[in-house]
Ligand binder design. Structure first.
Ligand code: GUN
Length: 573
């Protein structure tokens, strides 16, 4: 039900496939209160909503709504034919205290009204709850998840992760829920943290939960609807958000922005991001009747939220999500504190670091130094004729190779110039990409560089007339071909560079078929997402080569689907 196409940090671009259509993630599901519609369905769609979330408990408790929902389904009730997720009444228990509802009763109702994603009636664990009590509550939530899972029928089941402020309980909750057949994992009990601007704890709770979650499933962050948080939460691995904030904030005249919240009272000038009503001034908005004003502000809040969702998606595509997260965190002292959490958790985050990104990474402040890409490579070369403002001395042979190629630093790299292609340069790149010694290894014999006459760029590296590798110009790194794969295989020790597949499926890989996670028996843990790799059998017979498109850590955390995009099988190349 969840297909991932791109990654950066722990964020992913994905597709959640429901019966009523696709959710392109990360995305926000606006909360629709079936009793009070702040915005119409058409307006929600215009703002960018692909799916909605509503509350099955509220529908169940209202005789009229219940009747319509039972007759026409939840899609008929709301007049929305896209994906609908429902919550279960847990949040009402947090706000109003005990609710009179049984977990199976509300699950059956969600099934009856044909929701796409239904939610278990979990126990809302407050951040103040002490360990023993939180543990008891968690056990109850887990029991309900297991029972609901057996009885979920054909809906997708959302199994909330509770545990309060206790990170060990969050981890345990995540591991237990991942053992069930639940389809979506919402991180619950975090609204009080967001209300108190305790973003440090929020980040810690997300990280602890993600460490135990089945990474192949989408993660929802319950009640997160402020655009200032989407980049961070996506970066930490959340795929879905929901919130009534756009409407709630509007009801008290608060406008949301990626950089914070402004009450209409505080505004003298209309911020540039306001596009809900063209040309409207602050004064005009203030003078409007409450109902019209509220509607315009709610629309503004949602427009800004979806604009930020699109910004996050573009950043994941470009590999510039770190830059965006840093930017957003610098908008308030409370968000700034999250940097310390990211620093502390860098060993975890590092495991998801790709071998290269589409765009050149940029430093945007002092905290950028902590990023894996900058901390690992800074001053890592003993000598170099190019002085890079981030990495210190770098051999000019790497002047067009990720992450040393200039990007926006065109004028800031001392000694940078386009380099000619020669064997020395090729060896420097191969050593950097595959480890010292491989420059010689992959060129020992009659090496030949095929250079484009027109562009003067290197295209291919041949050895004794056989194809070793091609060069990717965008990243200035090599793409292995058959002879290169054979040489890497022969000169390296098991399991270096290797993805080990079971012998039966290896036959398919030999013919050029891609490698799927479930057939992998072992993997070199040093490999990174987007690295070149070789595919071998458990006996170390080389069968194929290609690009690893997940990180070894993701594999360990239950990733499914394609793992290596095979360029060629040994029998086909
Ligand atoms: N909405 C906001 N927080 C929660 C939560 O912890 N559980 C459920 N079910 N819904 C929520």
């Amino acid at each position: 039900m969840f297909e991932i196409s791109k990654r950066d940090g722990l964020a992913r671009l994905g597709k959640v496939k429901t019966k009523h259509g696709i959710l392109d993630t990360p995305t926000l599901l606006p909360v629709v209160n079936p009793k009070i519609l702040t915005l119409s369905m058409d307006e929600l769609k215009e703002c960018g909503a692909q799916g909605l979330i509503t509350n099955s408990y509220i529908i169940y408790k209202n005789i009229e709504l219940k009747e319509v929902a039972e007759e026409k389904g939840v899609h008929g009730l709301l007049n929305w034919n896209g994906p609908i997720m429902t919550d279960s009444g847990t949040f009402q228990s947090h706000v109003y205290g005990e609710i009179d509802m049984q977990p199976d009763e509300i699950l059956n109702f969600q099934k009856n009204i044909g929701v796409d994603i239904g939610t278990v009636l979990d126990v809302f664990c407050e951040p103040e709850t002490r360990f023993e009590e939180a543990k008891k509550e968690l056990d109850e939530t887990q029991k309900r998840i297991e029972e609901s899972d057996k009885n979920k029928g054909s809906i997708f089941l959302a199994a909330p992760i509770q545990g309060g402020r206790h990170l060990d309980l969050r981890l345990k909750a995540a591991k237990m829920a991942s053992k069930t057949g639940a389809d979506v994992f919402p991180i619950g009990g975090v609204v009080p943290l967001m209300e108190k601007n305790n973003f440090e704890k929020l980040a810690e709770v997300i990280i602890a939960s993600k460490k135990g979650l089945d990474i192949s499933k989408p993660v929802h962050l319950f009640g997160c609807g402020h655009p200032m948080l989407f980049a961070l939460a996506s970066f930490l691995g959340c795929d879905l958000f929901d919130s009534a904030s756009y409407a709630k904030f509007a009801s008290r005249d608060s406008l949301m922005f990626t950089w914070g919240t402004k009450n209409l009272d505080e505004l003298e000038e209309m911020p540039g991001e306001f596009s809900a009503a063209t040309g409207l001034t602050v004064k005009e908005l203030k003078e409007m009747k409450k109902e019209s004003r509220q509607k315009i502000i709610a629309k503004h809040n949602l427009i800004v939220s979806f604009a930020e969702i699109r910004r996050v998606k573009q950043a994941i595509h470009d590999g510039l999500l770190w830059e965006l997260v840093e930017n957003r965190l610098r908008n308030s002292p409370a968000l700034m504190k999250v940097f310390a959490i990211l620093k502390r958790e860098m060993d975890w985050i590092r495991k998801f670091e790709p071998a290269y990104r589409y765009k050149t990474p940029m430093k945007t402040g002092n905290e950028s130094d902590w990023r894996p890409i900058f901390s690992k490579l800074t001053n890592s070369f003993k000598s170099g004729d190019m002085v890079h403002p981030y990495f210190g001395k770098v051999p000019s042979h790497l002047s067009e190779t990720y992450p040393f190629h200039p990007g926006l630093l065109q004028n800031d790299i001392e000694g940078w110039k386009m380099q000619d292609w020669n064997l020395e340069r090729v060896r420097t790149i191969l050593d950097y990409q595959f480890g010292k010694g491989n420059g010689k290894n992959l060129t020992a014999g009659k090496a030949e560089l095929i250079i484009s006459r027109k562009t003067k760029r290197l295209r291919n590296l041949l050895l004794d007339d056989e194809h070793v590798a091609s060069l990717s110009h965008r990243r200035g790194m090599f793409i292995l071909q058959k002879r290169g794969a054979e040489l890497i295989h022969r000169s390296s020790k098991f399991p270096q560079f290797r993805v080990v597949v079971n012998s039966e499926t290896a036959e398919f890989n030999k013919k050029g078929k891609s490698v799927f996670c479930k057939f992998i028996e072992d993997i070199d843990s040093q490999l990174k997402c987007m690295d070149e790799c070789i595919i071998v059998t458990p006996n170390d017979e080389l069968v194929a080569f290609g690009k690893l498109i997940i990180s070894p850590k993701e594999l360990e955390l239950g990733q499914q689907g394609m793992a290596v995009r095979v360029r060629s099988g040994i029998e086909t190349s």
